[in-house]
Design a protein around this ligand. Structure first.
Ligand SMILES: Cc1ncc(COP(=O)(O)O)c(C=O)c1O
Length: 500
């Protein structure tokens, strides 16, 4: 028989003052726990000796209760496996009274109709199934080259910090994050991204998703308006939606979000917004970079209207043609920019470490919001990553991955040009770990993505980044975690997924 190990029992409450004998109380407790599903079928139960000792009672009532439960088919015994909850409990073991009560309850529940959730909860369940995210196959978006991650170095650093961890690694930590890690982040951002901050402004988060969520909670009230890029990052939409914000799409053009349109719409309608969400270094998903003039226009607009700018700088480490573009935050003279970044793309997403650089006056609110959310991020991984950065492994890994992703991008563009030139038009391949391949007008990209998913390909439909259906669909193809062989095969399969 398959052994199911003993697991924790829910607490057994025995009332020593009750007239009901001890064995009967125990028998009833197990029976209820089994019927309520609190104990799994096949789960081992404690030995009679062990349970008697734990409950500080004599072994006799435990033996009698177990005997009764065995006789009624709730327990089974197997040689070598001890006593277990029976693998099938006959339906008629439910007393007629209990069965009737259950039926009554289910009738009431049926009459009451659907179980009530908040409007936000309900809206979240309306998101369509994304079968293209069910596999880690070719073109999976946001997947770095995991097999090129220096796992040997990483595990040594993990061992270094976990062998004899000081109290600080295991106890509660600071909501803002582990200080040496925040210092390393501030230095890195200053040197590489032109971010102007000191360590007190760096808040470590569980990836940029949490940074967006906390920003939304701290900056927005329900129904506040937020300008969003169209197309844009669905994760940001979800974070702002969860705060009850009203999202207003603004089209992007060759220079990123169309800021002039924000200004003219506000003038026309007399209605402003509390915040704007932008990806100026590498527009998600289309890939353009916002130029200097437009950046200044956006910053001036924010300073004039008092709006916040949430800058999501998610993958700017990887630019192929030119040097990384400095952040919007670095140009901001009015402390209007909340700068969000992540280690998900540059290292690996399951690390769940990101950061947000917060204007000084907002630090107490952000820190309190993080504390209220989930207190702080794992100190062990913050300490490991600090050493990884300080000892030069981080910079080396980025340099190597930049070369690798450049090769992979070239392989992907070549494969598309040779195998699918008639069907896909590549845009946004200057930076990052993904590009967009536009489909011919009239082809439904969701259907193509679903057909590709059935062949183990993960191609995200471009339309899933739009609030309103776009005039032309496309596929967002990640190449970070897809090697040359997979690219070649993947494009072949993708070709078969496009109708016509
Ligand atoms: C625009 C954008 N921002 C942020 C992220 C990273 O999210 P996280 O740091 O929560 O893993 C992604 C990942 O796909 C992204 O595409």
């Amino acid at each position: 028989m398959k052994r199911v190990p003993t697991s924790f029992l829910p607490p057994i409450a025995l009332d020593y003052r009750r007239k009901t004998p001890m064995y009967r109380q125990l028998y009833e407790w197990f029976r209820r726990a089994i019927l309520a599903g609190q104990m799994r079928h096949g789960q081992r139960v404690p030995s009679t000796r062990g349970l008697a000792a734990e409950l500080k009672i004599s072994r006799i009532p435990v033996l009698s209760a177990y005997e009764q439960l065995l006789a009624e088919g709730y327990f089974e015994t197997f040689v070598g496996a001890g006593t277990c909850v029976a693998r099938s409990i006959p339906e008629d073991t439910l007393s007629p009274h209990a069965a009737k009560a259950r039926k009554g309850l289910s009738e009431i529940a049926q009459k009451r109709g659907p179980r009530r959730m908040s409007q936000r909860g309900t809206a979240l369940t309306h998101l369509p199934a994304q079968s293209w995210l069910d596999n880690l196959g070719a073109f999976r978006i946001s997947l770095p080259a995991l097999d090129h991650f220096p796992i040997g170095i990483w595990s040594k650093l993990v061992a270094r910090h976990s062998r004899k961890p000081p109290k600080g690694i295991m106890a509660y930590g600071n909501a803002m994050g582990y200080l040496p890690f925040r210092e390393a982040i501030a230095e890195y951002l200053g040197a590489v991204r032109g971010v102007r901050c000191d360590v007190s402004q760096v808040l470590v988060t569980t990836g940029s998703q949490q940074a967006l969520q906390i920003s939304a909670q701290v900056l927005l009230d329900p129904k506040d308006r937020v300008w969003m890029e169209e197309p844009g990052y669905p994760g940001a939409c979800q974070a702002f939606m969860m705060a009850g914000a009203q999202l207003i799409p603004v089209p992007v053009d060759h220079d990123g979000m169309n800021v002039a349109e924000i200004i003219s719409r506000e003038r026309r309608t007399g209605r402003g917004a509390r915040a704007v969400y932008v990806t100026p270094s590498h527009q998600y998903p289309l890939g353009m970079t916002m130029g200097a003039t437009r950046r200044m226009l956006l910053l001036n607009w924010a300073a004039r209207t008092g709006a916040w700018i949430v800058e999501d700088d998610y993958d700017s480490e990887y630019r192929f043609g030119s040097r990384p573009i400095a952040s919007l935050q670095g140009l901001d003279a009015d402390a209007r920019v909340i700068y969000v970044g992540t280690f998900s793309k540059v290292l690996f997403p399951a690390l769940r470490l990101g950061y947000v650089v917060v204007p000084k006056d907002l630090v107490p609110a952000f820190s309190a919001a993080r504390d209220a959310a989930d207190v702080f991020s794992s100190t062990l991984y913050q300490a490991v990553l600090t050493d990884f950065i300080r000892e030069g492994h981080f910079a080396r890994h980025i340099r190597r991955m930049r070369m690798l992703y450049l090769e992979r991008r070239t392989a992907l563009v070549t494969a598309i040009r040779t195998q699918m030139r008639d069907l896909l038009e590549v845009i946004g391949d200057e930076a990052g770990m993904h590009l967009v391949a536009l489909l011919p007008p009239g082809i439904n990209d969701i259907e193509v993505s679903r057909a590709a998913a059935r062949q183990g390909i993960s191609a995200m439909p471009l339309s899933s980044c739009y609030a309103k259906p776009p005039t032309r669909g496309g596929l967002i193809l990640g190449y970070g975690g897809t090697d040359a062989h997979q690219i070649h095969e993947g494009i072949h399969k993708l070709r078969m997924s496009v109708p016509g």
